[in-house]
Design a binder for this molecule. Structure first.
Ligand SMILES: O=C(O)[C@H](O)COP(=O)(O)O
Length: 432
């Protein structure tokens, strides 16, 4: 049984630990009913709803459609406007690559598909590039010499079509460069999701007048061009085309950064031990950057019961040694991006059946939410309010289901920025 830890921290809750469960992108547009939450058969989440107080939060702010990285930092209590330094360095950290700050710039990358006119056909190679195929493609463009030998590129494959690209140089570089991925547009340090993105493959551009940013954009464009030539003839792509699949013949890069966030660890900020069960490199990188006890998982192929069972087991192991277990489950986001209502409902139902219903949460405080909404009709992240519910042990709002419409009527109201959410929940659990 977990050790009674909250009581040592002056916490009044009858519970000893907090499970912070995030269903990536599960939130949807409350005006487009029934939402997937409403349509899903989810007795586990609805059972929690009956004991919970509810509200909604705007991960970054009203109407801001965030990427998962800035949204996750925010709901973990770190204002991205102050602490966020770009997705690339976090994805790299999560993939085991710590950048040489100031001389390396890391990007989140997608293997994608372009046609002969360099128009983007698919930003994710049809979402069926295996991690093994991506690794073969990555090897062909990794360790590329750039800039007459003063620069170089590293390509680290992660999961499926996803990868990390690191542009390095013996001269100083800067992450203040644009994206060549039209799916996300830089707005200052963060990137905002773009519904219905354009098809042209834009060059990267410096976002300030520094020589470092100019140099970085120049090296990155050289990398993208050289990679297109190399990938065009790659055996993996020739085989995929023979099989009637899209080739991964371009690398889209976005969310550059030249440093990792240097922040107070979560344990110091909140006075509680934090751990994370993470599926994707970016959440893993965030957990590492925030000094959290990261519990990675390794099973990505198998039945929902097997995959979610591994996540559940990792959660229970983590709860033995931390006060707050942050668990990030990717499932519902992808069907949201793919405009697939039915699969988004199924992903929510699978999490409910193979994770929530099998987790004995009687002795736990529980906070359930999403990092952002990925409305299935929009096929992109949105700035919609994100529902949350929290079981504190001191009663609920009387709702029998967890969904966007009930949460908007919840007693906890509207949390204007995600970084206020965790302090609010911990305050509900404490005496003060
Ligand atoms: O799935 C991911 O990696 C992100 O959450 C969305 O990125 P994408 O739009 O490039 O798929």
């Amino acid at each position: 049984m977990p050790q009674a830890s909250f009581i040592n921290k002056g916490v009044d809750s009858p519970y000893m630990k907090l499970l912070f469960l995030v269903l990536d992108g599960a939130a949807d547009n409350a005006n487009d009913v029934p939402t997937p939450y409403m349509a899903a058969n989810k007795p586990g989440l609805d059972g929690l709803a009956r004991q919970s107080r509810m509200g909604v939060h705007y991960p970054l702010g009203r109407g801001v459609a965030p990427e998962s990285d800035s949204a996750v930092m925010s709901i973990l209590g770190y204002d991205p406007n102050k602490y966020y330094t770009g997705r690339g360095p976090l994805e790299a950290l999560g993939a085991g690559y710590k950048i040489r700050e100031g001389y390396e710039v890391a990007f989140r990358a997608n293997f994608a598909t372009i046609d002969a006119s360099r128009n983007i056909v698919d930003r994710r190679v049809g979402r069926n590039l295996s991690s093994e195929e991506a690794a073969e493609l990555a090897r062909a463009v990794d360790n590329m010499k750039l800039g007459g030998g003063r620069g170089y590129a590293r390509v680290i494959p992660t999961i499926g079509h996803r990868a990390v690209v690191v542009i390095g140089s013996s001269d100083r570089l800067s992450g203040y460069v644009s994206n060549n991925d039209p799916g996300y547009a830089r707005q200052g340090k963060i990137s905002i999701a773009v519904p219905n993105p354009g098809k042209k493959l834009p060059p990267l551009e410096a976002l300030d007048s520094s020589e470092e940013a100019r140099r970085t954009a120049e090296l990155a464009n050289e990398f993208v061009d050289k990679a297109i030539k190399i990938l065009a003839d790659h055996e993996v792509n020739k085989r995929r085309e023979r099989e009637g699949k899209l080739p991964g013949n371009v690398i889209l890069i976005r969310d550059a950064g030249h440093e990792i966030p240097h922040v107070e660890p979560a344990e110091k900020v909140f006075g509680l031990r934090f751990g994370a069960v993470t599926e994707m490199p970016v959440e893993r990188g965030i957990a590492i950057a925030l000094g959290m006890d990261s519990m990675p998982v390794s099973k990505y192929v198998g039945t929902k019961e097997e995959v979610l069972g591994e996540r559940l087991e990792a959660t229970l192991r983590l709860l033995d040694r931390v006060d707050v277990a942050y668990v990030h489950l990717k499932g519902p986001d992808e069907p949201g991006h793919d405009g697939d209502f039915k699969r988004k409902v199924e992903e929510i139902e699978a999490i409910d059946k193979y994770y929530v219903q099998r987790l004995n949460s009687d002795s736990l405080a529980v906070l359930v939410t999403s990092d952002h909404a990925t409305p299935w009709r929009l096929r992109s992240h949105s700035g919609d309010p994100v529902p949350f519910m929290v079981k504190t042990g001191s009663g609920g709002d009387g709702f029998s289901r967890f969904d966007e419409v009930n949460a908007l009527k919840g007693s906890l109201g509207i949390v204007e920025h995600g970084w206020f959410l965790l302090p609010l929940v911990l305050k509900l659990l404490r005496k003060d």
